[in-house]
Design a protein around this ligand. Structure first.
Ligand code: NI
Length: 171
């Protein structure tokens, strides 16, 4: 497995709706690379389009530094139910480094997905896991956390990212 380069916003590949993933065996290498990339960053979630793969796969580990690692890989995840209760959480994104904003989302969601072993799984996520899984599924639909905030703030962050990309291109 290898650590992959992470695309930085703005990038047209981050705005695309991803295709359904094929059978799990076809994405096992991608999942291993995505987990390695996420832990290396370090981050708590990563979606396939962030490493340039237009396929519906996300990885997450929201267990926290004090707890044993809890790596999860979700193939073709689908939100079945969202709570009416909402939760506001300060979000960041590996594709938008060092920028954070409060985003309001449903506090809990029920998600169904296919595991890397090919089994159907279903779980109710809450707390940080709920925020993270919704953020990552947004990525599969070409949506970033800054699409949930005001236009002025979004444009400011986008300008900063354009500058960062120019600086990185020169280095
Ligand atoms: Ni993200």
């Amino acid at each position: 497995m290898s650590v992959l380069p992470i695309l930085i916003h703005p990038d047209p590949r981050l705005k695309k709706v991803c295709d359904p993933a094929p059978e799990p065996g076809a994405v096992s290498g991608l999942i291993a690379d995505m987990l390695a990339t996420m832990y290396d960053a370090p981050g708590i979630g990563l979606a396939a389009p962030q490493v340039g793969a237009n396929t519906r796969v996300v990885v997450m580990d929201c267990a926290g530094k004090e707890a044993p690692p809890e790596p999860m890989a979700l193939i073709n995840p689908e939100i079945l139910w969202s709570s009416e209760e909402t939760n506001e959480h300060e979000e960041g994104c590996l594709s938008i480094p060092d920028q954070f904003a409060f985003v309001t989302r449903p506090a809990a969601v029920r998600v169904r997905w296919t595991t890397p072993e090919g089994a159907e799984a279903e779980r109710l996520f809450d707390g940080l896991w709920a925020t993270c899984v919704q953020h990552e599924i947004d990525h599969l639909n070409g949506k970033l956390f800054i699409d949930h905030i005001g236009a002025v703030r979004r444009q400011l962050i986008t300008q900063k990212m354009k500058k960062l990309k120019r600086e990185r291109a020169k280095a």
